[in-house]
Design a protein around this ligand. Structure first.
Ligand SMILES: CC(C)(COP(=O)(O)OP(=O)(O)OC[C@H]1O[C@@H](n2cnc3c(N)ncnc32)[C@H](O)[C@@H]1OP(=O)(O)O)[C@@H](O)C(=O)NCCC(=O)NCCS
Length: 161
């Protein structure tokens, strides 16, 4: 398994894996599948210290993670929001752990002092991964968003780097 920074040629695979996470309704409040244009714009905003990394298994991209702006106010420049998505067939095999290890190192190198993330309390593999990597539960926002017409809670977690 190679973990490396993403390149423009990886965008299509990143999109497909993201869309699987959206379809599965366990990862995000997003419900609209993303197209190439959306992902290209997203990737263009990740050229600086907000890194995107991918897990490459013998030429097949099986997962990715990104650091995202937490808040546009400059007072929060040291805080990065995290995304991590593994393709359906490769979940629960330790790839998320490898990606988090790498992205945390990159975050530190790029002067972030903290990573925050927002996750569903019912995302069991996600909870397993974040606890294993030392993320702390900050709290649960009740009825924070809607998924298919139902309110869902969202848990905030953080890790000091
Ligand atoms: C959540 C996700 C990123 C985790 O990555 P992963 O590669 O599947 O996770 P890992 O295998 O590295 O670690 C999961 C940990 O959770 C636990 N776990 C694994 N399978 C589990 C299961 N079915 N139920 C509960 N816990 C489980 C284990 O403790 C494992 O740690 P271990 O390596 O010590 O065994 C991945 O499953 C995924 O992409 N899911 C869909 C998208 C998503 O939910 N993204 C996160 C948005 S917040």
């Amino acid at each position: 398994m190679i973990i490396r920074e993403a390149m423009e040629t990886d965008i299509d695979s990143v999109k497909d894996i993201y869309n699987q996470g959206i379809e599965d309704r366990i990862a995000t409040l997003e419900t609209e599948l993303k197209d190439q244009t959306y992902m290209e714009e997203w990737f263009a905003k990740h050229m600086g210290r907000y890194k995107v990394i991918i897990a490459d298994q013998e030429g097949e991209i099986v997962g990715w993670a990104s650091l995202n702006p937490y808040n546009n106010r400059s007072v929060y420049n040291g805080v990065a929001d995290l995304s991590v998505y593994i393709s359906r067939d490769h979940r629960g095999k330790g790839i998320g752990g490898l990606l988090l290890q790498s992205i945390e190192k990159l975050a530190k190198e790029n002067d972030f002092n903290k990573i925050v993330l927002f996750t569903f309390p019912f995302n069991q593999i996600g909870q397993g991964l974040y606890k294993k990597r030392g993320y702390r539960e900050v709290g649960v926002f009740k009825n924070q968003g809607m998924l298919d017409g139902e309110f869902v809670d969202v848990m905030a977690m953080e890790k000091l780097l």
